[in-house]
Design a protein around this ligand. Sequence first.
Ligand SMILES: Nc1nc(=O)[nH]c2c1ncn2[C@H]1C[C@H](O)[C@@H](COP(=O)(O)OP(=O)(O)O)O1
Length: 199
Amino acid sequence: TNMSGFMHPNATTTPHVVKEEAMAEGKWVKLDKTTYIDPAGNTRTWESVKRTTRPLNTEADGVGIIAILKRTLHKDCLVMVKQFRPPMGCCSLEFPAGLIDQGEGAKEAAVRELKEETGYMGEVVGVTPVTCLDPGLSNCTTNIVTVIINGDDGENIHPKQQLEMLKKEKIVVDTKVYLYAMGMVQAFFKPNELPVLKQ
Ligand SMILES: Nc1nc(=O)[nH]c2c1ncn2[C@H]1C[C@H](O)[C@@H](COP(=O)(O)OP(=O)(O)O)O1
């Protein structure tokens, strides 16, 4: 900034949000117009989607669950869910996930959502820091919680999910699932190389 208070457009500054104005609000999500200062010092606006449900004093909206099913004489499996997702207009293949309820922690939410969505009872073995999901669109955040399922345990022999069963149809794979799979392929087949994507 010079003496008259004018900031050169190329000057670097710490980018920050100035204000948020509600453009539209529903029960579950809202659309804000976010006014911010960009790294060059210019005042700009951004259309930001936010959930209305984030619990007070919580940084994450929800949890994603890496659920590892362990059974004697079986290879370990990752448990995933297929469900109809209205915004996509089709089914998705995702890691089990869900919103954190008021007064709940990430670990409790993960155990509850895993039970609801898959019928399995699991034990939490790890929680990531808060991670963002689509930061160019939304402030939506999640903790990824790793859960071990003892598939030999009586309560996990015939798990009963509370999601509806779906017929075979078009399905879109969630980015987190796809990247996890790519990471596993990379670690297994080319642990010392950077990944190169092939069509
Ligand atoms: N964006 C949403 N629009 C809705 O109309 N309803 C929504 C939205 N997000 C969540 N929900 C509702 C639907 C469920 O009944 C509850 C809980 O969702 P949860 O199961 O925790 O999360 P997902 O499994 O990831 O849908 O909220």
